[in-house]
Design a protein around this ligand. Structure first.
Ligand code: NAX
Length: 332
């Protein structure tokens, strides 16, 4: 068995972390032979709750979990970490404008970027889940100048998983028969769920989603809106935001990054844009990604029709606006 790696989860007393910690600690992200030391960061008022989570982790008696370090100090939380799940963020409260939320969270991610810069391993893999995830990841990276920008990613895997599930249901096949869904752009209601390049295995044949579903207008309207509004639909039903599925997606994202993608599979991640597919540069934009030896690359050469190209422009513009707001808050 190898040496333990240190993994930090922020927002560790919150609801996503409650599902995520177990998935990580039992070996479903870094593999069954990789021991772990879990660093759990939350804010000082949550330390009693966090202690309960620490007790429950101990009571799981998980062989890979060598140590758990609960803390409210970013210097302790980010020390020598190999992977960082940045889940913790200020939730949106009633009466709060989107701008207020952005301003509170951008400050958290500036501070955590600085802490990663000072204390984490230089090859740390950072996944930002806390919203606005793409812009938080951008801020975090800018305040960690000693770490390569490609170490910072934002989660759109939940949107991709949601899209996979919807296509599978409509095509009448198990979700394992559907791959290569794309989410372009921002993890927000402007995101672009695109099934044009998806593969569906149906009746023993691999085909496009268009051939499997035979309903083009559904793919461009109802499907797109269902994915864009799925988070709100879960809140309306559960009276709480997605947690189990968000934790599962965070684990999927980090596992793909750590283990790589298989030959003809791609996954979606928010990554620093190089301008591929006409996306603005210098924002964290969700692209289709392949991963080899821990390094991701944007899938190139996919054909984009005008319908999706227009939507991709809009989500890119929203990211540019968020970037402007975020840095004006920080510099104010
Ligand atoms: P909770 O409110 O249950 O938990 C958040 C936790 O973060 C709390 O324990 C809080 O004390 C802690 N926290 C706040 N400020 C902190 C700081 N500076 N350092 C460390 N911890 C801090 O929220 P939860 O449901 O777990 O959601 C967490 C975040 O995920 C939210 O921002 C939410 O919007 C975002 N989501 C992102 C998704 C994505 O696909 N990218 C989907 C799910 C989720 O909505």
């Amino acid at each position: 068995m190898s040496e333990p790696i240190r993994v930090v989860v922020t927002g560790a007393a919150g609801q996503i972390a409650y599902s995520l910690l177990y998935i990580i600690a039992k070996g479903d992200v870094f593999g069954p032979n990789q021991p772990l030391i879990l660093h759990l960061l939350d804010i000082p008022v949550m330390m009693d709750v966090l202690q309960g989570v620490v007790m429950e982790l101990a009571d799981c008696a998980l062989p890979l979990l060598h140590e758990v370090i609960p803390t409210a100090d970013p210097a302790v939380a980010f020390k020598d970490v190999f992977a960082a799940f940045l889940v913790g963020a200020m939730p949106r409260r009633q009466g709060m404008e989107r701008k207020d939320l952005l301003s509170a969270n951008v400050k958290i991610f500036k501070e955590q970027g600085e802490a990663l810069d000072n204390y984490a391993r230089k090859d740390v893999k950072v996944l930002v889940v806390g919203n606005p995830a793409n812009t938080n990841a951008l801020v975090c990276s800018k305040y960690a100048p000693s770490l390569p920008p490609e170490n910072f990613t934002a989660m759109t895997r939940l949107d991709q998983n949601r899209a996979r599930a919807q296509i599978a249901e409509k095509a009448g096949v198990p979700v394992s028969c559907v791959s290569n869904l794309i989410i372009w752009g921002n993890h927000s209601s402007t995101q672009v769920p695109d099934a044009s390049h998806a593969k569906v295995m149906k009746n023993g044949t691999t085909m496009s989603a268009a051939d499997a579903i035979q309903n083009d207008s559904w793919l461009k309207q109802e499907f797109v809106e269902t994915i864009q509004k799925r988070g709100a639909a879960v809140i309306a039903a559960r009276k709480m935001s997605s947690a189990m599925s968000a934790a599962n997606a965070a684990a999927d994202h980090m596992r793909s990054w750590f283990m790589g993608t298989s030959n003809d599979e791609f996954v979606c991640m928010g990554v620093m844009s190089d301008g591929s597919y006409g996306a603005p540069k210098n924002v964290v934009y969700s692209f289709p990604i392949t991963i080899k030896n821990g390094k991701w690359s944007i899938v190139q050469g996919l054909k984009i029709d005008d319908f999706f190209a227009n939507m991709m422009n809009l989500t890119g513009q929203e990211l540019e606006e968020e970037r402007k707001e975020a840095f004006s808050v920080i510099q104010a």
